[in-house]
Structure formats: structure tokens, C-alpha cells
Design a protein around this ligand. Structure first.
Ligand SMILES: *Cc1c(COP(=O)(O)O)cnc(C)c1O
Length: 401
């Protein structure tokens, strides 16, 4: 079947909720991808910050193969060896103690939001209100959608879950004002990702932490996109210099195998007694074996350190490039999460032209080119991509006058 036939069939049988690009990738290795016609690409999206070790990392593939020959799925009514090993490794490498496993970022956030309400009630404060920030992204399920501070995602789905309040990201005074007797938690990203790569301003998260401590509230850090080395540290909270009570993670945890996790301190997690929360597939043998291998490779190969070093190189090259172009408004970057905000709306054509040249990029908010390469990306690969981007941005400059 040729590409046009695939597209026609897809439009018949798939719900139309994605704007798909006319390409079908059939193979990947490291930062490279190949489409159904055999054309090679360099991947600066990594399945949206998921495939941090690069495509089909041999150690993850081997872990999946070996586990799939032993036991793929059982239930959380029983003990699961790789799940326990993974939880131990996550606890050992973080400041959190206990882990709940699920299958996605939205689900990890659901678990964090439910934990916060139950914790506040069990500890006698009885708070239910959760503060979130404008421009945030926390997922598409009703709870995580209700925590997402972007009205465009709510449209036609209201009423949302009650009890969410929004404040400006980076503004501690507004946050302080939003706190009331009924507040039980705040949920935040340390770098707003989908919102356009906006790092928390210096000192902001420390202030948020202090206000949480003074008001018996939990600080939930949504690390769905930032955990597993993306920001140059294993966890984003290490970059941000703040100690959260709860963190949620998903995207890169299984290097592409669906898995999410919520990590919490023991004295908070203990309110999740049997029957309070659950997931059929969460933490199953296959996904946890893949995630355990992913975490081991991340630590052994010092990928967070690599993300920091290569990210700084990428950032400085991107700064240089932007100086020569009228159409670039601002460069923002932490580790290997980088963005070039354009002065022009609707930049899909840049993504399309770069793809034609063999480079896969992402666009968020219509005008923010987002770079999320696998953490194993080579400097030479970054150079090649930027050379192509340089020439494409040249075509936009006249429009930005
Ligand atoms: C992607 C993302 C989510 C949602 O994760 P899903 O796995 O798509 O449900 C939540 N929060 C952040 C910060 C994300 O980047």
C-alpha cells in the first residue's frame, strides 16, 4: 500500500483528533528514524520527550524480550519483581520514598491530585482546593484537564472537576493570595513544556515551597516531561533546587513503553490504604522491566550530565543562530529541552520543510519550535539540524519585518 492509501484508510478508521504529518516511520535507531519509503531522518522530538535513550536501545529491547518470555501481565493483587526493583531504584535516586505505578502522565497526575485531597482529609485539615498555573499542561483526563491552565483544552468538555484555582506561573504573591483554608495542594511544572518551554523564574519554587509549608499544603511537581535526565539532572526538582512532596513522571520512564509513576514521601503516601486507588496495568512486569533497564542505562551512561553538557552547546549554537534572524523572538532552554519562539504565528510550514530536509521537529503554541532530542544526540547532529534550520528561518525573516 502506498502512503496515500494509508492516509485514506487512517482517515476512515481513526478518530480525527490528531493533525498527522504525511509520513510513516517504520524503524528507528538512536536519534535516527526511517520512513516507509526508506528515507532517513534525525529525530529532535523523541516521541515527545519519551525516547531519551534513543530509539530501540539494545538494553531496553533485551529487557522487554527477556521479560516477555517470562511473564507479561499479572495483577497488583500479587508481588511483581521488576516493579519492586524499579520502585526501590526510583526512591534511592530521589528524595521521595514510595511509588504508585500507572500508564501515562495524565494518570500519574490523577494519582497525585487524589492523594492530595485524601491526605488533607486524613490529616484533619479537610482541604480540597488545588492551585495550578495558567499556561500549564497536566493531561487530558477530567482531573488532569481540570488542572490544566489553558482554556483551549477545556472547550466543549465543561463542566470540569470543581476545586481548581489558577494563578500566574512565576508570581509568588498571586500564589500566596490564592491560598485559603480549603487549599490542599499546588501542582506545577518546573519548566512549562507544552506551554512553550518556560522555566520557573529563580526563587519562585522556593517561595512556593515556603507557602506550602506554612499552610499544610502539598507541593506536587509534574515531572512528566522533565524527569529522567531531560533538564541535565535525573529529576527536574534537582535543577529547580526545591523539595517537592509528590512528583509525577511518565514520558521517558520506559523509553517509549507506556508507564507512569507517582512518587511521594512515606508520611503522605501512607494514606493510600488498600482500596483507595488502583490501576489494572499499572506497574505490570513488562513495563517495569523496560523502565528499570531505562533507568539503569540513564544512570550508568550518565545521561543527565550529558544532557547538561550537550544542552549547553545546543543552547549557545541556537543563540548564535537567532542573532542572524529577524523572525526569532526568543530562545529558551534548560538541558535538552529547548525552544525558539518565533515572531510569526502558524509556523507549521517550518516543521514541514524541516521534515522534507530530514529533520523532525515539534511546534507548540503555534509559534514555538520545540527541540526535545534523545539525550544521546551528537553535537554533529545538532550542527546538521541547525544548518538546515538556518536556511529555513532565512525564508521567514522577510515576513517578520
Ligand atoms: C505530556 C504531559 C502530560 C500528559 O501525559 P500523557 O502521558 O499524555 O497523559 C502531563 N504533564 C506534562 C507536564 C506533560 O508534558
Amino acid at each position: 500500500m502506498n502512503m496515500d492509501d494509508f492516509i485514506k484508510k487512517a482517515e476512515t478508521v481513526l478518530t480525527p483528533n490528531y493533525r498527522r504529518q504525511p509520513v510513516m516511520f517504520v524503524r528507528g535507531k538512536g536519534a535516527k528514524l526511517w520512513d516507509s519509503a526508506g528515507k532517513e531522518y534525525l529525530d529532535f522530538v523523541a516521541g515527545i520527550a519519551a525516547v531519551n535513550l534513543g530509539h530501540c536501545h539494545p538494553k531496553v529491547t533485551e529487557a522487554i524480550r527477556a521479560q516477555s518470555e517470562k511473564l507479561i501481565h499479572i495483577s497488583n493483587h500479587y508481588y511483581i519483581e521488576p516493579q519492586i526493583e524499579l520502585a526501590e531504584a526510583l526512591a534511592k535516586n530521589s528524595i521521595l520514598d514510595q511509588v504508585f505505578f500507572c500508564n501515562s502522565g495524565a494518570e500519574a497526575n490523577e494519582a497525585g491530585l487524589k492523594l492530595a485531597r485524601r491526605w488533607s482529609r486524613e490529616k484533619g485539615k479537610g482541604g480540597f482546593e488545588i492551585i495550578s498555573t495558567w499556561n500549564s499542561f497536566h493531561g487530558r483526563t477530567f482531573g488532569s484537564l481540570s488542572a490544566t491552565g489553558q482554556e483551549k483544552f477545556w472547550k466543549s468538555f465543561e463542566p470540569l472537576v470543581p476545586g481548581f484555582k489558577f494563578v500566574e506561573f512565576g508570581n509568588p504573591a498571586q500564589f500566596q493570595n490564592a491560598v485559603s483554608q480549603s487549599t490542599c495542594a499546588v501542582i506545577l511544572e518546573c519548566v512549562q513544556g507544552e506551554g512553550g518551554v518556560w522555566p520557573a523564574p529563580k526563587g519562585y519554587l522556593e517561595q512556593v515551597r515556603k507557602i506550602c509549608d506554612q499552610n499544610q499544603m502539598l507541593l506536587i511537581l509534574d515531572e512528566v516531561q522533565t524527569a529522567m535526565g531531560r533538564l541535565g539532572k535525573l529529576f527536574g526538582y534537582e535543577w529547580a533546587g526545591v523539595k517537592p512532596d509528590v512528583i509525577t513522571m511518565a514520558k521517558a520512564l520506559g523509553n517509549g513503553i507506556p508507564i507512569g509513576a507517582m512518587l511521594a514521601k512515606k508520611e503522605i503516601a501512607e494514606v493510600l490504604v488498600p482500596g483507595t486507588h488502583a490501576s489494572t496495568f499499572g506497574g505490570n512486569p513488562l513495563s517495569t522491566a523496560a523502565a528499570l533497564a531505562t533507568l539503569q542505562v540513564t544512570l550508568q551512561e550518565k545521561l543527565p550530565e550529558r544532557a547538561k553538557e550537550v544542552g549547553e552547546y545546543f543552547h549557545s549554537r541556537l543563540d548564535q543562530l537567532s542573532e542572524g534572524h529577524q523572525c526569532v523572538k526568543q530562545i529558551r532552554a534548560v538541558g535538552l529541552m529547548l525552544a525558539a519562539e518565533m515572531k510569526i504565528e502558524k509556523c507549521e510550514r517550518v516543521i514541514d520543510r524541516m521534515r522534507d530536509r530530514g529533520f523532525i521537529l515539534n511546534l507548540t503554541q503555534g509559534k514555538v519550535l520545540r527541540f526535545l532530542p534523545p539525550l544521546i544526540v551528537e553535537k554533529e547532529e545538532i550542527d546538521r539540524m541547525l544548518e538546515a534550520l538556518d536556511s529555513e528561518l532565512g525564508k521567514l525573516d522577510s515576513e517578520a519585518q
